[in-house]
Design a protein around this ligand. Structure first.
Ligand code: G
Ligand code: G
Ligand code: MN
Ligand code: NA
Length: 254
C-alpha cells in the first residue's frame, strides 16, 4: 500500500522518466530507433527499475494512468528530438496488458500525437502475445484503429506466450520481437537457435520485420545477421540511456 501511494505521488511529482535503448539495423549497420523503458527516480532510493514497481502498477490498475503518461512522454520526446536537431528517432513504447484491455489505446495515442505534433510513423507500440490473445477479435479492431493512425505495432517477448498462428496472420502488425530467452544461448544451444530461425522465417513469410532483444555479444549479433534477422537491441550495442545521452549518441553516429 505504501508503494501504491508512493507511485501515485511519483506520477504527480514527475519522478517517472523514460530511458531509451538503441536498436540497430543488421542489414545496414545503422541506428534504427529506440525502445523506451520506464524508470523511477525515487527520492532517497536512486533509480528504481520496473521489476520493482511495474507489478504494483499492474495490480492496482495504476498502469492505465501511468501508461497514458508514458505514451504522452514518448510523443513529446520524439518531437523534442526532431526540433532540437537530433533528427527523427523511432520510439517503441511498451504497453501493459491491462492498458491494452481496459483503455481506449487508439484514442490515447491519437491525442498524444496531436498534442505534440508527432509524426505517427515515428511511434511504435510493443504489445505482448498475452495482451493480444486474451480477446483476439477485439484485438483486431484495436489494431486496425492504431494502424489507421499511421503508427507501427510489434509483438514483444515473442515465443514465450501463446500466439494462435491463425490470428497472427489476421493481426495488422509490423514486427515480431524475439524474446531474450532464445537469444541468450543462440550460439550454443541448437534448440534456441532453431526457434529463433523459425520465428525469423515465419515473420518474413508473413511480411513482418523481426528484431532480436538481449544481444550481448558479437557472436550473437553475427549469428542473427547470418540468420537474416532485421534488427537487434541489447547491451552489446548500448544499455538504455537517459534522453540527453541518447541524443548525443545519435548525433555522433549519423
Ligand atoms: O529495463 P528493464 O528492467 O527496463 O524493464 C523490465 C520490464 O519492465 C520490461 O521487460 C517491461 O516488461 C517492463 N517495462 C519497462 N518499461 C515499461 C513501460 O514503459 N511500460 C510497461 N508497461 N512496462 C515496462
Ligand atoms: O519490454 P521488454 O520485456 O522486452 O524489456 C526489455 C528488457 O530487457 C529491459 O529490462 C531491458 O533493460 C533488458 N535488456 C536490454 N538489453 C539487454 C541485454 O543485452 N541483456 C539483458 N540481460 N537484458 C537486456
Ligand atoms: Mn519491450
Ligand atoms: Na521483450
Amino acid at each position: 500500500l505504501d508503494m501504491e501511494l508512493a507511485l501515485r505521488r511519483a506520477l504527480d511529482n514527475n519522478e517517472l522518466v523514460l530511458h531509451y535503448q538503441p536498436k540497430v539495423n543488421l542489414h545496414t549497420g545503422l541506428f534504427a530507433g529506440v525502445e523506451s523503458l520506464l524508470r523511477w527516480q525515487r527520492p532517497g532510493f536512486g533509480l528504481v527499475y520496473p521489476a520493482e514497481f511495474v507489478p504494483v502498477l499492474e495490480d492496482t490498475g495504476l498502469v492505465v494512468r501511468v501508461g497514458a503518461w508514458i505514451i504522452d512522454a514518448a510523443c513529446k520526446q520524439i518531437s523534442a528530438w526532431l526540433n532540437d536537431g537530433t533528427g527523427p528517432v523511432r520510439v517503441a513504447v511498451n504497453v501493459a496488458s491491462r492498458q491494452f484491455a481496459e483503455g481506449d489505446l487508439a484514442l490515447l495515442v491519437r491525442e498524444a500525437l496531436m498534442r505534440h505534433k508527432t509524426p505517427p510513423e515515428l511511434l511504435e507500440l510493443e504489445l505482448t502475445e498475452t495482451a493480444l490473445m486474451s480477446n483476439a477479435e477485439r484485438t483486431i479492431t484495436v489494431l486496425q484503429h492504431l494502424k489507421a493512425l499511421g503508427i507501427k505495432v510489434a509483438i514483444d517477448d515473442f515465443g514465450t506466450g501463446y500466439s494462435s498462428l491463425a490470428y497472427l496472420q489476421r493481426f495488422p502488425i509490423d514486427k515480431l520481437k524475439i524474446d531474450i530467452a532464445f537469444v541468450r544461448d543462440i550460439t550454443t544451444n541448437p534448440n534456441d537457435a532453431a526457434i529463433a530461425l523459425a520465428i525469423i522465417s515465419m515473420a518474413h513469410s508473413l511480411k513482418l520485420q523481426v528484431i532480436a532483444e538481449g544481444v550481448e555479444t558479437r557472436a550473437q549479433l553475427e549469428y542473427l545477421r547470418r540468420s537474416r534477422c532485421d534488427e537487434i537491441q541489447g547491451y552489446f550495442y548500448s544499455k538504455p540511456l537517459p534522453p540527453d545521452e541518447l541524443g548525443q549518441l545519435v548525433q555522433s553516429g549519423r
